[in-house]
Design a protein around this ligand. Sequence first.
Ligand code: P1T
Length: 326
Amino acid sequence: MTQQYLEKEEPAEEASLIDQIGKTPLLRLDRIAPKNVGLYAKLELCNPGGSVKDRCALSMVLDAENNGRLKPGISTIVEASSGNTGIGLALISAARGYKLIITIPEKMSIEKKNLLKAYGAEVIATPNVPHSDPESYIEVAKRIAKETPNAVFLDQCNNQANARAHYETGREIYRQMNRKKISALIAGAGTGGTISGTGSELKRLCPGIKIIGVDPEGSVLSGGEDRPYKVEGIGYDFIPKTLWPGVVDEWIRVSDKTAFEFARRLAREEGILAGGSSGAAVYAALQVVQRYTSEKDNVVVILPDTGERYLSTVYNDEWLASNGLL
Ligand code: P1T
C-alpha cells in the first residue's frame, strides 16, 4: 500500500468503541429548509449506540468510576431510561464489565427493549404511571438499586455529569460551523442534559445565540399541562435537576402528530431516518428559520436518535392509524 493510503488509517488496535462516542456529523439540510437560511443538523444517530444519550451514559460512568462509586467487574449499574440512555449504558457496560439493569416504561418501543436485551442488559418494563408512583420506572430503579448488592443508581435526571457531557457537544458544533454565525440552537429536552450543556457552552462561544427548547404537548417542562403523549425521549411530568435554569430562552410545543409527520418527511426528503423527537425538533427549527432573512444567519438543530428503533411506531401506518395520528 502507498504511504498516501496509510496516513489516513487509524491503527485498529488504538480505536475503542467508547472513543467513537461523539464526533458526530453536522449536515446542512438543503431540501427541507428554505434556501436563504442555513439549517444544520447534528446527527446524533451516528453515535455507536444510535443516540445522543451515549454521551450522557459515558460521562456518568466515567464520573462514577473516578469518584470510586463504580468498580469494573464488581458493580451493577441500575438506571431508569426511556431506552436510549439504557442502550448507551448497555454497550459501555459490555465493554467495561458491568452488570446492567434498566427500568423502562411500557410505552417505549419494542425495538428499544429488544436492543437492551441484545446487549445483555436486564430489562424491567414498568407501567406508564406518574414519576412519583411507587411502580414508576424511576421509583422501581431506586428500589432495585437499594436491594441489589454493589448496585449504583446513576440517576440521569439529577446527575450533573449528564449535562456536563454536552459542553463537548457544544464545542463540536462550534468547530464544525467553522466561524459561521450561529443564530439559534434548537433541541428537545427530556432530562434537559443535552440542551443545558450544549446551550450553555454555545452561549459562551456565540454571544447573542438563542437557545430554543422543544417540548411535546402533554409535558410540564415548558409549563404545559401533564397528560399522556406518544413521542419518546422528550418531556417529563416533573422538572429534572439536569434542566438548568436560564439556558432555554424559549420553548416550542409540538404535538405527536406533527413530530411524527416531520420525522417521516426527514426520511423521505433528506434521507435521514431519525426518531420522533428529531421530527419535533425539525418542525420547531423550520418555525425558527422563518424569523431570519439574512444569509448570514444559521440555525442548528440536534437530531437525537435513529428511526430504526421506531419502525413499529413512527414508521408504521397501522400503529399511527390505531393511535389516531395518521
Ligand atoms: O435527556 P435529554 O438530554 O434532554 O435528551 C432528550 C432526548 C431526546 N430524544 C430522544 C430520542 C431521547 O431518548 C432523549 C432522552 N432520552 C432519555 C432520557 C433516555 O433515558 O433515553
